[in-house]
Design a protein around this ligand. Structure first.
Ligand SMILES: [Zn+2]
Length: 159
């Protein structure tokens, strides 16, 4: 857990109980850029996320509450400027809501545990789902697969 989480009492990779906090409460525990996207439904600048071209093996978690959201093997290079996935880690890990803002009809994608705004899903993704989950990198935490890390450590020890 990095230090930006030390003031966040709800952050957990394993607790699946719903989180219901007011925006005032969230504001106290989230870094401003995470609050802006997760709670104010903001959007990060395209091509600004270091996770856009990032292909390590592991799991992506909600940066607001730590809930698992996506696995690295469902990530693909969509060229749209935001980290993109074709499938969530589990059916109930994210929720959907219609979004009519900015004169468009889109489907908003939210964290299934804390309701954080994550991004949108579009129907122009690759097989097998045909979906493109277009997600703000700011609201994603990445954690390397433990086994993968161990393998690399062993390799380093041998060399
Ligand atoms: Zn969350």
């Amino acid at each position: 857990m990095d230090t930006s989480k030390k003031n966040n009492p709800v952050y957990s990779h394993t607790d699946t109980s719903k989180v219901n906090l007011s925006n005032d409460e969230w504001k106290k525990i989230l870094p401003p850029e995470v609050y802006y996207i997760a709670r104010m439904k903001g959007t990060e600048r395209p091509w600004s996320s270091k996770l856009e071209h990032f292909y390590e093996t592991g799991t992506y978690y909600c940066a607001a509450c730590g809930h698992p959201l996506f696995k690295s093997d469902t990530k693909f290079d969509s060229g749209c400027g935001w980290p993109s996935f074709f499938e969530p880690i589990g059916k109930n890990n994210i929720t959907y809501a219609p979004d009519y803002s900015h004169g468009m009809v889109r489907t908003e994608v939210k964290c299934g545990r804390c309701d954080a705004h994550l991004g949108h899903v579009f129907e122009d993704g690759p097989p097998p789902t045909g979906l493109r989950y277009c997600i703000n990198g700011v609201v994603l935490d990445f954690k390397k697969n433990e086994n993968e890390t161990k393998k690399q450590d062993e390799k380093l020890k041998k060399n």
